[in-house]
Every structure is written in structure tokens, then in C-alpha cells.
Design a binder for this molecule. Structure first.
Ligand SMILES: [Zn+2]
Length: 408
């Protein structure tokens, strides 16, 4: 169900435990699934009629109630309406039945539940460079619903496993829903258990990719953007792993144990090429996307930087900056260096803050840190100017008294 369930982060993997580990073993290469063969199996207003699927729906109705009431959701009516409109455009025949929730979780993920509601993680919005990429992920999730993947893998699993394991899993899902409601990051472990249920075979992921490519093409987005999302994910995982290995000598990464992403990306590129109509004008709607997420982008970057995963954070910031540097990105680049705190990082951070304040959108904290680094360098006159700017922008800052003291 989820965009990167075969690529669960270490955090989610640990939380998901044995179930996650078991499904990681799947993923054998096979013939590519072609977009033209992927017809939706569900129309508008779908309701299950089989006993087992009805039971599963009842569980999921409870999970949705918990999620809908969770304080992990980002309460931004405009942004939520934007996401609802987007799934309405790329959700295929069931588009009008879908619900979509935006959870404040700084991970690259999105999940579609079998009753037709999707949870978008805020970390996903940080990583999307335009609306077409986001539409691609949402269309992929819709594809899981339209192809009835949940019940198909559920039945498959039941054939293979004993009933006790399945019972435990259902109990885990219900429990996970309850956990989310009490909600903060501490409860992510329970959410991980929930996510572990949504890991599909390589084949079902390929189906969702194929149908997703068709759906975004029909909505006028360049289909190749879906493959670009995957490429960005691969780059980020590599950057993160490379840093961790050096730093902690772990000798283990999900990436190393799961070499599928390259083949999945190759298939996505083939899907996109197949559905692209020559001469048709596509629009990735980057400006509109950046405008819609502008209000929460500082928070998204702050969440990411605080994960203390400098390899991934730096890769991400540089990737986003391919569409143009600005004060917000430069400031967060400085924060990555400052929090990493290796030899020479103080100088790197100072350079980033100095670069940030050149832009009109530099956040107040960029001026604050610029002032502090200038002060440390003995350039107190310039430091005072930077602090003055900070206080003008943020007169009620909690540290305003301390900054005034620094200014003498
Ligand atoms: Zn998926």
C-alpha cells in the first residue's frame, strides 16, 4: 500500500519487527507489467460483499476514526483541501470516494488503506519538487486501491500463514490505530506496526506504478516525474547510508539488502515512456505546488534537519536547490552543518548563514545565527546589525533579552 513499503526506513522496520523482515525477503524480478493492461477493478461507491473483506473494512473504519482524530495531523484547511483536490484528479474511477490525511511525520512515505483513505506523511511533501511528483505518489497509492491489493495480499497471506499470526496482525493494526490517537512521535512505533501490514510484493508495486503512470498522464502531468521521485529516493538512501557507514561503521543498510530500487526505477521509466503521448503538452505545476506548501516548508525542513541524518538532509537540500537556492534552503543547510558538528562544520555553517541572509526570504533565525557566527569571528559591528534585523523580524523571540545583551 505504501509508496516505499519495500524500502521502509530503519526506524519503521525496527518498529514493524518480524512481519516487516519477512516481507523484505520477497521481490523477485519478473516480466514488466504494462500500463495498458492495468484496468481498475473498483468503480465509484465500492463496498465489499465477501465476509473476510467486510471484516477487514470494519477494522479499517476504526483505524480511520483514530487517524481522523489524531493530533499528529497537520491542521491546515487550505493544504488539506489542495490534497483532496489532487487525489480527486488522479484517483481514477474511485476518486470522489477517497479521503486523504496529512500526518506530521518526517518520513518519506504515503499509505493507502483498503477502505479508500490515504495518509500522506509530511516528509513526503518536503521531498516533492513539483505537483506532478506528488500526483505520481498519490496515483500510485490510488492504484493499490483500484487493483484491490489489500484484500488480494491479505488472502494470499492467509493461504501461507497460520491463523494465529493473522489474528495477531489484526490486533496489532487495531492497537496501532489507538496508539496514533494519543499521538506524538513516541507513538511512531505503533504506526510502524500498522505500516508493516501494507507491504506488497514486487508485482503488486509494479501494478500500482503502472496504473499510477496512466492516471497522472490522463491528468496532464508528465509521467516521467514518477520515475524521478524514485531516483531521488535512491539518491537520498545512498547519501544517508554512505554517511552512516563512515560515521558509525554499521555495515548494514536496507539499501544493501534490497537491491530492487534500480529495477523498479527502470520499469517506471518504461511505463512513463509507454503512456506519454507525443506532442501533448504536460505541466508539472511546480509554482503552484511550492505556493501551496510555502507555509509549512520551514517546518518540514526543520523536522528533517532535526532527524540528525546529515547525509540525507544535505542530499535533500541540494536536490531541492536544483530548482533555485533561497534563504530558507541556505539557512537549513547551515543547520545541517551546525548540528553535525564535525571539524570545519562551524565554518561551513557560517558560510551558509551568510549566504542565506542575502535572500529576501531568509528566516529570522538565519539572521540570529549569522549574528552569532559574526560575533565569534570578532566582527561585532556586523553582528549587531544582524541581531538588530533578527529582533525586527521576531520582536517577541524567547531569546530577545539575551540577544539584546549580546548587542551590548
Ligand atoms: Zn506501493
Amino acid at each position: 500500500m505504501c509508496w516505499r513499503c519495500n524500502q521502509l526506513s530503519r526506524r519503521s522496520l525496527l518498529a514493524g519487527g518480524g512481519i516487516a523482515a519477512a516481507s523484505l525477503a520477497t521481490g523477485v524480478a519478473q516480466a514488466r507489467i504494462k500500463p495498458a493492461e492495468m484496468v481498475p477493478l473498483i468503480g465509484p461507491g465500492f463496498k465489499p460483499t465477501d465476509k473476510d473483506e467486510i471484516g477487514l473494512w470494519q477494522q479499517m473504519v476504526r483505524v480511520e476514526e483514530e487517524i481522523a482524530g489524531s493530533n499528529l495531523l497537520i491542521d491546515d484547511p487550505q493544504l488539506n483541501q489542495y490534497l483532496k483536490n489532487l487525489i480527486g484528479r488522479v484517483g481514477g474511477p474511485a476518486a470522489q470516494d477517497f479521503r486523504i490525511y496529512l500526518a506530521h511525520i518526517p518520513e518519506f512515505n504515503a499509505v493507502m488503506f483498503p477502505t479508500g483513505f490515504a495518509v500522506i506523511f509530511s516528509g513526503l511533501l518536503l521531498r516533492m519538487r513539483n505537483e506532478a511528483q506528488l500526483a505520481g505518489v498519490i496515483a500510485h497509492e490510488s492504484g493499490h486501491f483500484l487493483r484491490r491489493h489489500m484484500i488480494r495480499s491479505w488472502r494470499d497471506m492467509r493461504r501461507k500463514s497460520d491463523l494465529f499470526a493473522i489474528g495477531a496482525m489484526v490486533a496489532g493494526v487495531a492497537g496501532a490505530g489507538v496508539g496514533i490517537n494519543t499521538g506524538n512521535f513516541v507513538r511512531l512505533a505503533e504506526f510502524g506496526t500498522l505500516l508493516s501490514l501494507f507491504q506488497y510484493s514486487r508485482e503488486l508495486e509494479a501494478e500500482a506504478d503502472a496504473i499510477g503512470a496512466t492516471l497522472i498522464e490522463q491528468a496532464g502531468y508528465p509521467p516521467m516525474q514518477m520515475a524521478d521521485v524514485w531516483q531521488q529516493l535512491i539518491g537520498e538512501e545512498r547519501a544517508s547510508a554512505a554517511y552512516r557507514r563512515k560515521r558509525r561503521d554499521r555495515g548494514y543498510s536496507l539499501f544493501a539488502t534490497h537491491p530492487a530500487p534500480e529495477s523498479r526505477m527502470a520499469d517506471l521509466r518504461a511505463d512513463a515512456a509507454e503512456v506519454t503521448v507525443a506532442g501533448k503538452a504536460y505541466d508539472d505545476h511546480r509554482a503552484r505546488y511550492l505556493d501551496r506548501i510555502a507555509a509549512i516548508r520551514p517546518m518540514l525542513l526543520d523536522d528533517q534537519v532535526k532527524l540528525n541524518d546529515p547525509g540525507a538532509s544535505q542530499y535533500l537540500i541540494e536536490t531541492l536547490a536544483q530548482d533555485g537556492w533561497n534563504g530558507l534552503l541556505r539557512f537549513n543547510e547551515g543547520e545541517v552543518w551546525r548540528l553535525r558538528n564535525r571539524k570545519g562544520d562551524d565554518v561551513r555553517a557560517a558560510q551558509s548563514y551568510a549566504a542565506a541572509v542575502v535572500y529576501p526570504d531568509a528566516p529570522a533565525d538565519a539572521w540570529r545565527w549569522h549574528g552569532i557566527t559574526l560575533m565569534k569571528a570578532g566582527r561585532s559591528a556586523e553582528a549587531k546589525q544582524a541581531f538588530a534585523r533578527y529582533l525586527t523580524m521576531k520582536p517577541d523571540a524567547p531569546d530577545a533579552a539575551w540577544v539584546r545583551q549580546m548587542m551590548g
